[in-house]
Design a protein around this ligand. Structure first.
Ligand code: HEM
Length: 106
């Protein structure tokens, strides 16, 4: 959240990371999702793989849309701070099975 590191740091703007090739493990102190140094997260590879696999499956098998009548500006991006930061209100999205792919339960 350091304004010297990020432009408008409190704005929800995931695209801000697109143009930065940030080393997220230890090297670049602007972005430390897994901490750093001796007490840095030892489970980061497992954590990343788990999240990437789950997200990739959701994006592969479904098309996602906001409920009818809702636009991007209707999504409340407020956060609750705690041990982990999460959304204040749930994100409601409508999945549609992607017809081009057969869904297989694991
Ligand atoms: C996306 C998933 C994860 C995130 C964002 C995350 C993030 C973090 C962060 C920020 C720390 C504190 C690092 C510091 O103090 O500098 C940490 C520590 C730790 N994480 Fe993770 N973690 C994740 C997944 C995991 C997984 C999957 C495991 C184990 C299988 C794990 C095990 C640990 C342990 C044992 C520590 C304590 C390290 C120590 O204090 O020496 N984490 N994690």
């Amino acid at each position: 959240m350091d304004p010297e590191s990020w432009e408008d740091p409190l704005k929800y703007d995931p695209e801000r990371f697109k143009d930065h090739n940030i080393e997220f493990k230890d090297q670049d102190f602007r972005f430390l999702p897994f901490g750093g140094g001796k007490r840095g997260c030892p489970g980061y590879a497992f954590g990343l793989a788990t999240i990437e696999l789950g997200l990739a499956l959701l994006l592969f098998y479904f098309d996602w849309a906001l409920p009818q009548g809702d636009g991007a500006d209707d999504v409340n991006l407020d956060e609750i701070f705690g041990l982990a930061t999460r959304k204040k209100t749930p994100l409601i999205v409508v999945p549609t099975a992607n017809k081009d792919y057969e869904f297989k339960a694991f």
